[in-house]
Design a protein around this ligand. Sequence first.
Ligand code: MG
Length: 325
Amino acid sequence: MPSARLRRSIQLAAAALAMSEAAAFDLQGHRGARGLAPENTLPAFARALAIGVTTLELDCGVTRDGALVVSHDRRLNPDITRGPGGAWLDGPGPMIHALDYAELARYDVGRIRPGSEYAKRFPDQTPVDGTRIPRLADVFALVARARNATVRFNIETKIDPTRPEETLAPDEFARALVREVRAGGMARRTTIQSFDWRTLRVVQAEAPEIATVYLSAADTIGSGDRASPWTAGLRPRDYASVPAMVKAAGGAIWSPAHAEVTPALVLEAHRLGLAVIPWTANAPAELERLLDLGVDGIITDYPDRLRAALAARRRALPTPTPVER
Ligand code: MG
């Protein structure tokens, strides 16, 4: 294991690379392109690649038999999941962590349940019936089929410190993800993001070549004397701001909830040398607000809208790479 100092310099170099390779601006397709295609699926990642993004944002979990799979939910989500017989789940389904990959692959996640609140949020999503939850390795293979040698992966460890029984422990989870990223040869093109900063600490210690991204929202940061379970022991009262906490944790990239981003926070983050990449902004007016604030990237369900906003500002755009069939 490299010395702490060497680790830190490798880690800073990885973060600098992550930021410079994000070209002028890091256009991130959230769960692929959730506004346009079924979230966290190969059709959504293919759609994002065809539109042209800098980064594919995605979430991951680990099955009982150790497969790294792409899913936002620790339990199968009844809003997007039909069972092996084709019927919609009538409540939260089994935990991904309790299923083998072969069992998980029997569920269909290619459509939002018609009539649900979730469906109303994404009226432009085109369903692709029969779509399965992919493995991370399948996403890497898809990108190779698109002959895209530069798109990046921003991979979130979906772990909730208040529900430890629903996933692997943070160190095991982080190690499983790092192994899979390295096995796919994608360490240089990957950032690992989490609201659970414990997983980021493990990545920084054991895989300094992979940059980390500190997700935050007011309720994960908490307030007062006690550390939130999400922040790896850091207490907000000990720091002047959330960016200062991220910096103290060893982070170089901060992903705040977009509505919580203020001009002062962007200035503070930049003063500390952090990149700011808010999640998940979709409304054109909000995209404009964030661009005006000088953020370094944006995570969006509608990468097409963000491209249009960047094009109007004459900003450099990532090259579209449709997947060849
Ligand atoms: Mg995510």
